[in-house]
Write a protein that binds this ligand. Structure first.
Ligand SMILES: *Cc1c(COP(=O)(O)O)cnc(C)c1O
Length: 399
């Protein structure tokens, strides 16, 4: 009898997850990416690094974040729902786990300046925060349109000492900001580190970011063991923009085949409406921001403009690990519309007294479709808090 080899979910030496990943970069970027590729595993494995990373996660970020049994939400869906409270991290979301890790890498590479891209401003704020903490110069590229839409986060970044630079090309949003940040890095190869905000970009970024975020699933396993006597839930549910909070929540369960991994994308106004960011439903393999992955594109390969009510999910691709989880069938992928997410955000607020980020609300909205049994255990990764989305909630829900 032929037994299929278990698909591997770790990145291979060339930076691939199955047929996705790699480093598709212009020649000019090669020295920077190659330096990082050669160094990152040594740096991360160093005991001094590990100690400083753990120390900052505990005393600065506030880890471990609680794994909270949501009783009223569980009653409503007739199952056992635990919320991993990344919304309680300093700066209000999981993104700081990654920026802490990367700023420590940058310091060890002797870099003086940090450059980053941001869409909604959450990654920009998390980056500006750790630059202030370490006394490094910080330049954040942001689409001109996003600067106008996300004023409070722009003000936070400036308060923290970052320089916010407007990307004025193209649609003046995230993908244009990413292009400008990469251009800056090309022109300043020796003294600058580029902190990417999700599990995207050329190898080694997706693997490096997933490792820093993997603290989420490491804690879930310990906390579930204490609470229910076993480390594995039946489901882990997370929203996917680029995929960093999902990668962190899935990481230590990737080879635990009894755990179903559920990734929720933004359906926007509906998958077939022309206003959507449901990448796996609409996309095809191609190259985006330095890696081969699944992305939304036209017949002739032009990247399609994505849409979601939540700025953090408004991205035309997904990280290569997720493309592989989708391709191999290991992950369950689905999408949730703007309206469904808004209702789920309201529901969590009213049932549990927790206002989730609109991104997270997409994961919560899937609980109604999960069909988990009363005996099963579901962990939802609560990636961030909803303060930044209050204006959108109020307006859209007519509160
Ligand atoms: C940025 C963000 C996301 C989406 O990014 P991922 O890399 O997919 O995690 C999700 N939730 C919140 C709260 C965010 O700020």
């Amino acid at each position: 009898m032929e037994v299929l080899a278990q698909p591997a979910f770790e990145v291979d030496e060339k930076g691939y997850y199955g047929r996705f990943g790699g480093a598709y970069i212009p020649e000019m970027l090669y020295p920077n990416v190659e330096e990082l590729r050669q160094q990152y595993l040594h740096i991360i494995a160093d005991s001094g690094f590990e100690q400083e990373f753990r120390y900052l996660l505990r005393d600065y970020v506030g880890r471990p974040t609680p794994l909270y049994f949501a009783g009223r939400l569980s009653d409503k869906y007739h199952t056992n729902i635990y919320l991993k409270r990344e919304d309680l991290c300093h700066t209000g979301a999981h993104k700081v786990n990654n920026t802490i890790g990367q700023i420590l890498v940058a310091k060890r590479l002797g870099k003086q300046r940090i450059v980053a891209e941001t869409g909604a401003g959450q990654h920009g704020v998390a980056t500006a925060t750790v630059c202030a903490l370490m006394g490094l110069e910080c330049i954040v590229y942001m689409g001109k349109l996003d600067i106008e839409r996300q004023k409070p986060n722009v003000e936070r970044m400036k308060m923290l000492g970052a320089k916010v630079v407007a990307a004025t090309c193209g649609s003046q949003t995230l993908k244009d900001a990413t292009n400008e940040a990469m251009r800056h890095w090309i022109n300043n190869p020796t003294d600058t580190h580029y902190i990417i905000g999700s599990v995207v970009g050329p190898h080694p970024y997706p693997d490096m970011v997933a490792r820093f975020q993997s603290v989420i699933s490491e804690e879930i396993r310990q906390q579930l063991t204490e609470k229910i006597g076993r480390p594995n839930p039946d489901y882990v549910v997370a929203c996917v923009g680029g995929g960093s909070n999902a990668a962190g929540a899935f990481y230590h369960f990737l080879n635990e085949t009894d755990v179903k991994l559920v990734a929720i994308e933004a359906g926007g106004q509906g998958v077939t409406s022309g206003h959507s960011a449901a990448t796996t439903a609409l996309g095809k393999p191609g190259v985006l921001h330095g890696s081969r992955t699944i992305l939304m594109q036209t017949e002739d390969g032009q990247v399609t403009e994505p849409y979601s009510i939540s700025a953090g999910l408004d991205y035309p691709g997904i990280g290569p690990l997720h493309a592989h989880l989708y391709d191999s069938g290991r992950g369950i992928f689905a999408s949730i519309t703007d309206d469904e997410a808004l209702q789920a955000g309201l529901e969590l607020s009213r049932l549990e007294g927790i206002i989730p980020a609109l991104e997270t609300a997409h994961a919560l909205a899937y609980l109604g479709r999960l069909n988990a049994t009363p005996e099963e255990v579901v962990v939802v990764n609560l990636s961030g808090r909803g303060d930044k989305d209050l204006a959108t909630y109020s307006k859209s829900l007519d509160l």
